[in-house]
Design a protein around this ligand. Structure first.
Ligand SMILES: *Cc1c(COP(=O)(O)O)cnc(C)c1O
Ligand code: SF4
Length: 347
């Protein structure tokens, strides 16, 4: 007998895991055997940008360690509330760069489609914590305006699905989107920026890989892990399934004080990624977003770390150290003289 296909409305396993994420900071600390007072936990910071972390990601944190690098990425702390000059609400100029409803185009040849505002994990350093993406997503408008913006600009050869996390949409919705993109002849590449294969590897189910395998374009998937401990056997298996679709896998990380600001840590991240079949792409200097100042690594330190990586790693294991600067035509490589002055122009 052929089993009946599941009803489209039936929640998938990954959706159940998504809903089951830890959202109460006290529960998170309890799971890890930690005391709230000692950590500088802040209910006010949690009210500004709620805690959200899938249980599988919590399981990769070290119990009893308040400085665990995965915990630091998600825990709402008092430090977020300290005013920090230069740290604002729209750190990367997305407000000005919008080209259409849910489409952001800053760079030649590629446009970023804000597919959704939701994420399975809430990363404290993320600039999206202040961005009203809930109303600005392409899915909210039924894709119509976003697709029209892409269709009307023949210079757009690459579409980037981003968010939020685009894989937080149901696979049915993603199929709908790429079916519409197939009808646009100048679209030649697809890129997906997602943290889900790292924080909720169960998202990479057969339904998803069937969709990816059937896409007509070269496919690049950029995942986001900041520390080697974010990888485990489940993540490795999800990466294998993604690679089997023909996708090229890259990782972007953010340089974060107290998380990955040591050369050994960055080297281990690149090596662990390679074991999972993922090469490093970018190492981002933090976007200067209000609430994230305590994560900032100064440029001199960032450059020194990067130089140390170059000195010890194979070239393909060294990410490009970049910063996003509003108004620039690409991510800006950090090459500055370590006192913060820009590098002299190259003749
Ligand atoms: C980062 C980004 C891209 C991608 O840039 P690449 O250097 O090609 O990775 C595209 N569009 C926007 C708006 C971006 O912020
Ligand atoms: S967009 Fe990425 S970095 Fe920001 S909260 Fe979502 S998963 Fe984290």
């Amino acid at each position: 007998m052929i089993p009946a296909a599941p009803l489209p409305t039936q929640p998938r396993r990954w959706q159940q895991l998504w809903r089951d994420a830890v959202r109460d900071p006290r529960e998170l600390l309890e799971l890890l055997g930690l005391q709230a007072q000692a950590l500088g936990l802040s209910p006010e910071a949690a009210a500004q940008f709620p805690l959200r972390v899938p249980r599988g990601f919590v399981a990769r944190m070290r119990p009893g360690d308040p400085f665990d690098p995965l915990l630091r990425q998600v825990l709402p702390l008092e430090a977020e509330l300290r005013p920090a000059p230069g740290f604002g609400l729209d750190a990367v100029g997305d407000g000005a760069a919008k080209a259409g409803h849910g489409v952001i185009q800053k760079y030649a040849g590629r446009a970023l489609l804000v597919a959704t505002g939701s994420c399975a994990v809430h990363c404290r350093y993320c600039f999206r914590r202040h961005f009203p993406y809930a109303e600005e997503t392409a899915a909210a408008g039924g894709w119509g305006a976003a697709l029209a913006a892409i269709r009307d600009d023949a210079s757009i050869e690459e579409v980037l699905l981003s968010g939020g996390d685009p894989l937080s949409l149901s696979t049915a919705k993603l199929v709908e989107l790429t079916d519409a993109l197939r009808g646009i002849p100048h679209v030649r590449r697809l890129r997906i920026h997602t943290r889900l294969p790292i924080v909720l590897p169960e998202r990479v189910d057969t339904e998803l890989t069937d969709w990816l395998s059937a896409l007509p374009w070269p496919l690049v998937i950029v995942v986001h892990a900041n520390h080697a401990n974010e990888f485990d056997g489940e993540v490795d298996a999800a990466m294998r399934r993604l690679r089997a679709t023909g996708a090229v896998l890259l990782n972007q990380a953010v340089l974060l004080k107290g998380v990955n600001d040591r050369v050994e840590t960055l080297a281990a991240l690149a090596e662990r990624g390679l074991e999972a079949g993922v090469l490093p792409y970018y190492l981002h200097q933090l976007d200067r977003v209000a609430g994230a100042a305590h994560f900032e690594v100064d440029d001199a330190t960032a450059l020194a770390l990067h130089a140390a990586l170059v000195a010890r790693q194979s070239g393909y294991l060294v990410p490009r150290l970049v910063r996003e600067v509003a108004g620039d035509t690409s991510k800006r490589a950090l090459t500055g003289v370590p006192d913060g002055r820009p590098a002299p122009p190259v003749a």
